[in-house]
Design a protein. Structure first.
Lengths: 496, 630
């Protein structure tokens, strides 16, 4: 391990991790700008501009690498299409979040510079997680993302924000401890931190060290589950979501969760695939519990952010299904089909989440409240926002002709193909529950008169852009899912 | 040009969206200009496509994959468009009639508060109908099939404040839905059996016998599938016994009747049977059903048309009857004769409706008893109506003569003298009822109270153009042009054709002249009293006047029992199902509020739950890995 770092040439590093390097450099540049420039109002614009340009450059660099495979070190940091699609997703989400934050000046004025570069660092952390095939780099990525997120959640100057950040930090620390503890067992059994090598050794060590391997695996699983807010490790999510600045909530719900899935799939496919069928039932159970609990709890929420938080917990349950059926029936499942279904739904979910939170940002700013009452009669105040929100909500619930339906359809199809009929049935059942609370909000927006004077609400241009992008994506992927679904299975996923 | 055929429906769609964006307060002239322009562009494109097809033949469908949900072609659904000789012809007919109807509506709907909305609906319909025509498979066809049904519903109920219009809209929707259920079931059945929605793939699969379901053989599948598809076609094309909605649909504005309920949508059923002719051809039973249903519909519609007093209803029954002819033609495998009749009928029936609309616009009533003597006051309307009537009666050299004769000759050639006789009697009735309308409307003394005036050019120009088509459209398939249209269409395998010989031509001309003569004696010359005839033949007259009591029969046999059943289900639903649902909802809420208690807000609790979660995971894994295995 010690000799590895010495052998890395810059050209190799650039080839594998150019987007990460660009974003990191941009982050440091922003730190310098933040220190050098006087605290003028322009600063926010400058830093956002630099960040947007960095994201676009990094995105182009990532696009140019598709189809290539390379590795840094003895395969601890990988360049493959699996990492690239996730990186594109993270960068796309961050781009939308930055746009969405543009009109948030008044809220976090003193913290503008750090807001932007922390967001960039968080993105880099997520990207490192997607590329890592080594427990050490993986953990570094996880911590970069987590620590940046803790600060971001606490940026709003309110006690709720501090409370959310505190809870997120404590539970996050427990999760990190669990992950490290679990990793140490795996390292102890296999003598390596490299995932593929560990997987090979574990295949042989399974019979003699089964207890310790399973314990290590479960501890890592618990830690990851906190990141993707799987029940019963979801407790931090509603509080942190409620306290965080709304764009950051969207980032947590979309990018952070996607990063968790990227890491989860990589680790379990590489290291523990050999004995999937023996414990795959565990995932199926987690998916089922998460779907039911998330959707059930969303019904009784009155704060829209909390409702969306619980709904995102439910969505995590749906997202677990493709992986669960893959692990449950490893030899019967179709890896690429399931990966495509997972990624499709992640992308669709990220778009509708970004859109819904964009609407929420605008509404909350005008109404000075995040309660469901703020949405009452929204149709009269702003037909665009009400219409867009309705589309996002029914997409989350899974209405046909939206991306939410197409995504759920592909996931359910994967479950049915591997014989998990009851899991597919449960998906439909929880979708029905989801319709209950989403339609409650839609009804409020359309059928009730607004409280107070019915003045019309203006949507800032940047937020409107986010809403339109999300709207086009949500409906486009719903009407023609094939556009994306056909190209995904043909990717060079893991460099085979 | 064929590669751009998707533009033909796309342009009316764009116009529809444009009008939608402009809102309902748009100026009448602007709405009409956008509508007419869009359909005119579609017409020009259709004509260019038609010329291309005439020169180079049809093309393979342009397809792209819409949805893949598994391996193999059976799990990939495709969307796209297709141009062949049949639907190239349909494109021209639909866009031509649409253009004229949209122009006509500028005058007819003038002053209506929802003028803009009317054009929106019309354009949506034109888009849907053109999309239906170029659909390359059953699945896509079904989508547009339902869209045209929706537009028909919206337009029949356009004056929804009139209770009759609202009821008629509902009736037309529900009755055609009955057929649609059959169509959908047929599509699903054929898909399950053959793994394809494509017309030709299905026919090929049936011929080669490679079916994926085992409870039915190829022959049975062809029969069952064809009959289910025909059920949909019968609903749309108002065939017996699902014909009852079409006369009621006359509550809609008259341009709608001309476009949707005469020229285009109701012909969609005939088009569907023609398009999937290979499927029907595989089943003699299904073809026989089509032939006899068509024959019965032809005579039934004509018989009811004899006695109706509402000008639009007479023409509506005439449409039913003519659609029956087309089905009859398809049933005896006279493919191109049926399509030929569809082609000519679209023009002269749209003409009759629009001319009737012009009359209604002038006298503000649809009651034949309050018209009369309009020949002098509305010369253009009257003479164009006469052209339409002559074409419908089948008087040479007008359009209807050539196409109807071909169908009649084909029934004889197929060895079905009964169908031939039915067709001949219906032809006699047809000539009689349409000239009864003509004489009652345009000759004699004016019996209304409003002073009628000839309509403006936006209404008479479409009439004149359609009158020219009513005269000349039939020549495209006449013997003296060498059956040009039939050669253009080409014969699908299995279709048989028989040109009308001089014998059939002479008989049918004589029959129609006889009908016209009788109408003239009764209503023109008044040499014999129609009242006396109806008194002496009173059972038949009553039967015809009350439309063979179909509405009453359905009311007693279907509607009332259905309502009773509905009441029973309603009780079960309210008392039992709703109770269960409410219980489930209450239970869900109770569980949710119970679980919410755990979310105390105390971070210590969260940590504890996390720990308990890990313990639970370990316990579950333990039982999975070391537990008792059964």
């Amino acid at each position: 391990m010690t000799t590895v770092l010495q052998g890395i040439a810059f050209a190799d590093a650039w080839r594998v991790m150019a987007p990460e390097m660009v974003l990191t450099a941009a982050g440091f540049l922003l730190m310098l700008i933040d220190a050098a420039l006087p605290p003028a109002a322009k600063r926010a614009g400058v830093s956002t501009g630099v960040a947007l340009i960095a994201l676009l450059v990094a995105g182009v660099l990532a696009l140019r690498r598709f189809g290539q495979t390379a590795a840094l070190g003895p395969g601890s940091y990988l360049l493959d299409d699996y990492a690239l699609v996730f990186k594109l997703l993270f960068m796309g989400i961050t781009l939308l979040i930055l746009l969405l934050s543009l009109d948030d000046h008044g809220r976090a004025e003193g913290a503008r510079g750090e807001y932007t570069y922390l967001l960039l660092f968080a993105t880099v952390g997520a990207m490192v997680m997607a590329s890592s095939a080594d427990l050490v780099t993986l953990f570094v990525g996880l911590e970069i993302l987590s620590v940046s997120s803790y600060v971001l959640v606490g940026l709003r100057r309110s006690s709720k924000s501090a409370e959310g950040a505190m809870k997120y930090l404590v539970i996050g620390a427990i999760a990190s401890a669990c992950v490290l503890f679990g990793m140490s067992y795996i390292y102890g059994v296999t003598g390596t931190t490299h995932l593929a090598e560990a997987g090979y050794t574990l295949f042989q060590a399974w019979d003699s060290y089964r207890g310790i391997v399973v314990l290590g695996l479960l501890l890592m699983l618990a830690g990851f589950s906190v990141k993707i807010s799987v029940v019963p490790f979801h407790m931090w999510a509603p509080d942190a979501y409620e306290g965080a600045p709304t764009p950051i909530t969207a980032f947590l719900a979309a990018a952070s969760k996607a990063a968790g899935f990227a890491m989860l799939v990589r680790v379990f496919l590489y290291a523990f695939a050999s004995h999937f069928p023996e414990w795959g039932g565990l995932w199926v159970g987690l998916a089922a519990v998460t779907m039911v609990a998330g959707n059930l709890l969303a019904i009784v929420q009155r704060n829209v952010k909390r409702m969306l938080a619980y709904s995102s917990i439910g969505q995590a349950g749906y997202l677990l299904v493709p992986f669960a059926v893959l692990t449950g029936a490893y030899h019967g499942g179709n890896l690429y089909q399931d990966m495509s279904a997972l990624y499709f739904y992640l992308a669709a979910y990220a778009l509708m989440t970004a859109g819904a939170f964009a609407v929420l940002t605008v509404v909350a700013k005008h109404a000075r409240s995040e309660d469901v009452d703020a949405f009452t009669g929204l149709f009269r105040r702003s037909p665009l926002l009400a219409g867009a929100m309705a589309v996002f909500l029914v997409a989350m619930a899974g209405m046909p002709l939206t991306s939410g339906f197409a995504g759920k359809f592909f996931i359910a199809l994967g479950a049915i193909n591997t014989g998990y009929y009851w899991l597919a049935g449960l998906m439909f059942l929880t979708s029905v529950m989801a319709f209950a609370y989403y339609f409650g909000l839609v009804r409020r927006m359309y059928l009730q008169e607004p409280y107070g004077p019915a003045e019309s609400w203006r949507t800032p241009a940047a937020a409107a852009l986010v809403v339109v992008v999300a709207l086009v994506g949500t409906i486009g992927l719903g009407v023609a899912p094939g556009v994306m679904m056909h190209s995904l299975p043909g990717l060079n996923w893991f460099g085979q | 040009m064929i590669a751009y055929a998707w533009l033909v429906p796309a342009i009316p769609l764009v116009a529809y969206l444009l009008l939608l964006a402009l809102g309902r307060r748009v100026h009448e002239g602007v709405a009409a200009a956008i509508g007419v322009l869009a359909t005119l562009i579609s017409l020009v494109l259709s004509l260019m496509i038609f010329v291309d097809v005439a020169q180079g033949g049809g093309q393979l469908p342009y397809l792209w994959t819409w949805l893949t949900f598994g391996p193999g072609p059976g799990h990939t659904w495709q969307a796209g468009f297709e141009v062949n000789s049949l639907n190239a012809l349909m494109l021209v007919v639909v866009s031509f009639v649409s253009t004229l109807v949209l122009l006509f509506s500028r005058g007819y709907m003038h002053g209506d508060p929802r003028f803009g909305v009317f054009y929106q609906y019309l354009l949506l319909f034109v888009f849907s109908m053109l999309g239906l025509v170029i659909s390359p498979n059953f699945l896509q066809l079904y989508v547009f099939w339902e869209l045209v049904g929706l537009c028909s519903y919206l337009l029949v109920g356009f004056w929804y404040e009139k209770p009759e219009a609202a009821a008629a809209a509902k009736k037309s929707f529900v009755v055609t839905r009955l057929g649609d259920v059959g169509l959908l079931a047929g599509i699903i059945l054929l898909y399950l059996a053959t793994g394809s929605f494509d017309y030709d793939d299905i026919a090929r699969a049936i011929q080669t016998g490679g079916l994926q379901i085992h409870w039915i053989g190829p022959q049975g599948l062809a029969t069952l599938g064809a009959l289910l598809v025909f059920l949909g076609a019968a609903g749309k094309s108002a065939q017996f016994p699902l014909h009852v909605w079409l006369p009621d649909a006359m509550e809609g504005p008259t341009p709608v009747s001309a476009l949707i309920h005469a020229a285009t949508m109701v012909a969609a059923g005939v088009y569907l049977v023609a398009r999937s002719f290979a499927l029907f051809d595989a089943s003699p039973v299904a073809l026989d059903v089509v032939a006899y249903i068509g024959g019965i519909t032809a005579i039934l519609g004509a018989a009811i048309g004899l006695t109706q007093r509402d000008i639009k209803r007479v023409i509506a029954y005439s449409t039913i009857s003519q659609l029956g002819y087309m089905m009859m033609g398809l049933g005896v495998a006279a493919y191109s004769a049926a399509v030929f009749h569809l082609f000519t009928h679209a023009f002269f029936k749209a003409l009759l409706f629009l001319a009737a609309g012009s009359v209604i616009h002038a006298v503000d009533t649809q009651d034949l008893g309050r018209m009369g003597g309009l020949w002098r006051r509305m010369p253009v309307t009257a003479s164009t109506f006469l052209f339409g009537a002559l074409a419908l009666s089948g008087v040479p050299p007008f359009a209807g003569f050539w196409s109807k004769d071909e169908i009649l000759a084909s029934t004889l050639a197929a060895g079905r003298p009964l169908l031939f006789a039915l067709g001949m009697v219906a032809a006699f009735f047809t000539a009689f009822y349409i000239f009864r309308v003509f004489f009652l409307t345009f000759t004699g003394r004016y019996r209304g109270d409003r002073v009628p005036r000839e309509s403006g050019w936006v209404m008479t120009l479409p009439l004149v153009l359609l009158a020219l088509m009513a005269l000349g459209a039939g020549w495209a398939g006449a013997p003296f042009t060498g059956y040009a249209l039939e050669r253009f269409l080409g014969e699908p395998s299995g279709a048989s054709e028989a040109g009308a010989g001089p014998g059939v031509m002479a008989i049918s001309t004589a029959v129609s002249l006889l009908g016209i003569g009788l109408a003239w004696l009764m209503y023109g010359e008044r040499a014999t009293s129609p009242e006396a005839w109806s008194r002496s033949l009173w059972p038949l007259y009553r039967l015809s006047f009350h439309k063979f009591y179909f509405d009453e029969l359905y009311q007693a046999v279907i509607v009332r029992p259905a309502f009773a059943l509905g009441k029973a289900f309603d009780w079960v639903d309210r008392r039992i199902i709703d109770g269960i649902v409410r219980l489930a909802a209450e239970a869900t809420l109770a569980v949710a509020s119970g679980v919410r208690r755990i979310q105390t807000g105390q971070v210590q609790t969260y940590g504890l739950i996390t720990l308990l979660g890990i313990v639970a995971l370990i316990a579950v894994s333990w039982s999975l890995l070391w537990g008792v295995r059964s």
